[in-house]
Design a protein around this ligand. Structure first.
Ligand SMILES: [Zn+2]
Length: 602
């Protein structure tokens, strides 16, 4: 034991010295060079060296190194600097002063004009699409959470040299590889927008629309899928997405990083890639597989909507603080609408399924009381403090800009198709803005530019529509809008004769109380432990209403702060609605044309 300890301590010394040493120039021509090593992946630490070579910046008596506080696409301050430890700086063989001057800034002095190398260890053990992860099975890097930057050098080229652990064979990233495992980023924005997958993932390749696409499948469990069919479905998603925007595909190549995990989900969009989480069993489960294809369509469509066509606040970014916009209902909500629409265009779902998905989304929104409290524009603005930080009252006070924005996209699509007799659709709004603002000027749209383009394509002044339904919380006249595309919408109480308790308490502990229900009005609180209902031990919320009628009362005993309390809870009518959309199938040719345009029937 002792011997082993002494030996390992001796070995460790030169190794530590080596880690913190200066990074030699790997390739000339880069203002910033990064080296990312992972000698002990099971400890979850990346070891990073960043070298600054720019003579102008080095002239100054100090250089600030910063870490981003959030990553585009995920609107929450995540304080990535919290994962940095052991930061040191050197130049010309000498240790420099590196002093923290804010939560995410290190001020380096004493370099006397020489190239500076900063070394840091980066803890990476948060498995999400917006953070970093490293274990014995793989490494995953998000640029914003990984790379220190010097503000004056953000618009200059950088080089990233990955030194994979000996057990990792592949490095996949949507950046050009200039030498083995060394990748070039045109600027810091692109570096942040190019996640790295490092390990032994399965790599698939296909070509679509003249663009090379790669799929990096990470999984600890063996994946079982029909390779040819999977690639065929990816191609359908790609061409279906492109069908919305048309024109030249803006990517040189595109990378799907797919993390197959026992738990988790969701994705994050990037300029030329995406990272998505799904289950290793997704390929055997048709329902999950459909929603996986929807996720792929969502993230892929983002390469246009939000990564290129974007609100003014979303690029160029301030990486250190919140970037506010009223328009996430467009960036995320429209993408939510188009994810189903793309599957429909691609023939991956039929008309009935498409209508069921749209109806389901309306039900989700209309059954959430927060829809009457928070507008789509407010939901977007407050994403940073509300959507990404929901509390126990979120159902009563907020609405998702994904779901509400999806409905607004659908309704705008129907208005445009209806007004133009099936000649135009919401696609035209996006195409026009993309061509005029992104392709010609690479700038984002203002709220006013977006509203004006919608009105122009719809041939109708929509100012009042946006006031009521985007900045306001008025309920949409669904029947009127669906009629514009020859469809009946039926929205009615799903269970009018069923009594409703109004609280969620899966294991007896109340986690949510819905506004206006008996539980809300008659005294049940979040965190109450339901002990008994009508003298019987609690088993489920459903058991409270079993055998009762609307208007009956349930005697509910709860434990709150160690005190037992009993309440008479009125069991009111179940307020939830069900939405059904049915094609009218009119004989009229124009009506048919509108429906077919909306549902992509050729
Ligand atoms: Zn999205």
């Amino acid at each position: 034991m002792t011997k082993y300890f002494v030996l390992s301590a001796l070995l460790a010394l030169p190794l530590m010295a080596c880690k913190a040493s200066e990074l030699p120039k790997i390739l000339a021509g880069y203002a910033t060079t990064y080296e990312v090593a992972m000698p002990e992946p099971h400890t979850h630490f990346f070891e990073i060296r960043v070298r600054i070579d720019d003579p102008e910046v080095l002239k100054a008596d100090h250089v600030d190194f910063k870490m981003a506080a959030w990553t585009p696409g995920s609107y929450l301050i995540r304080e990535y600097a919290k994962n940095i430890e052991g930061l040191t700086a050197t130049a010309g063989g000498k240790a420099l002063n590196a002093v923290k001057t804010s939560k995410n800034t290190w001020k380096v002095t004493g370099h006397q004009g020489q190239p500076i190398t900063v070394f840091y260890r980066l803890y990476a053990f948060e498995i999400s699409v917006r953070t970093n992860f490293l274990d014995a099975s793989h490494g995953y890097l998000n640029g914003a959470a990984t790379f220190l930057y010097v503000p004056q050098l953000m618009n200059k080229k950088s080089l990233v040299k990955i030194v994979p652990h000996a057990s990792f064979e592949k490095v996949s990233v949507a950046l050009p590889e200039v030498s083995k495992n060394a990748f070039e980023a045109e600027n810091y924005d692109l570096l942040v927008d190019s996640p790295f997958e490092i390990g032994n993932h399965e790599l698939l390749e296909f070509e679509a629309l003249g663009v090379k696409h790669r799929i990096a499948n990470y999984s600890m469990e063996p994946l079982r899928y029909d390779r040819a069919k999977l690639i065929e479905d990816y191609k359908k998603v790609v061409t279906g997405s492109h069908n919305v925007m048309g024109g030249k595909h803006p990517c040189k190549d595109y990378l799907f990083i797919i993390h197959h995990l026992a738990a988790g989900g969701g994705g994050l969009e990037h300029l030329n890639s995406t990272t998505c989480q799904t289950s290793p069993r997704v390929y055997q489960d048709p329902a999950r597989y459909e929603s996986f294809l929807g996720l792929l369509a969502h993230e892929y469509f983002h390469l246009w909507n939000v990564k290129r066509l974007r609100p003014v606040a979303l690029g160029p970014f301030d990486y250190e603080s919140e970037n506010y916009t009223h328009m996430l209902w467009v960036s995320e909500g429209f993408t939510n609408y188009y994810q189903s629409d793309i599957l429909r265009r691609a023939g991956l779902i039929d008309v009935n399924r498409m209508l069921a998905l749209l109806a389901g989304n309306i039900g989700t929104v209309e059954n959430q009381y927060g829809n009457k409290v928070q507008s789509a524009a407010e939901s977007s603005w407050d994403a940073w403090i509300k959507f990404y930080r929901p509390n126990e009252n979120a159902q009563n006070s907020t609405i998702s800009y994904y779901n509400k924005g999806g409905i607004l996209a659908n309704v705008l699509d129907m208005i445009i198709i209806g007004n133009t007799k099936g000649e135009k659709s919401l696609d035209n709004v996006l195409q026009n803005l993309y061509n005029d603002l992104y392709l010609k000027k690479d700038i984002g749209f203002t709220d006013e530019q977006f509203f004006a383009e919608c009105s122009k394509v719809a041939g109708e002044n929509l100012t009042e529509f946006f006031r009521k339904y985007v900045f306001g919380t008025e309920t949409l006249d669904y029947a009127r809008y669906f009629a514009m595309v020859d469809t009946d919408s039926d929205i009615r109480l799903a269970n009018p004769n069923t009594p409703y308790f109004g609280a969620v308490a899966r294991t007896g502990k109340v986690t949510r109380v819905d506004y206006g229900t008996g539980a809300y009005q008659d005294g049940i609180n979040v965190n109450d432990e339901i002990l008994e209902t009508d003298g019987r031990p609690f088993t489920s919320v459903e058991a409270i209403t079993a055998g009762k009628k609307v208007g009956d009362v349930a005697k509910v005993t709860v434990l709150r702060n160690g005190v037992q309390l009993t309440y008479d809870i009125r069991l009111l009518q179940d307020p939830r609605v069900r939405v059904t959309l049915t094609p009218k199938n009119s004989a009229d040719a124009v009506a048919k044309k509108k429906f077919n345009k909306w549902m992509h029937i050729r």
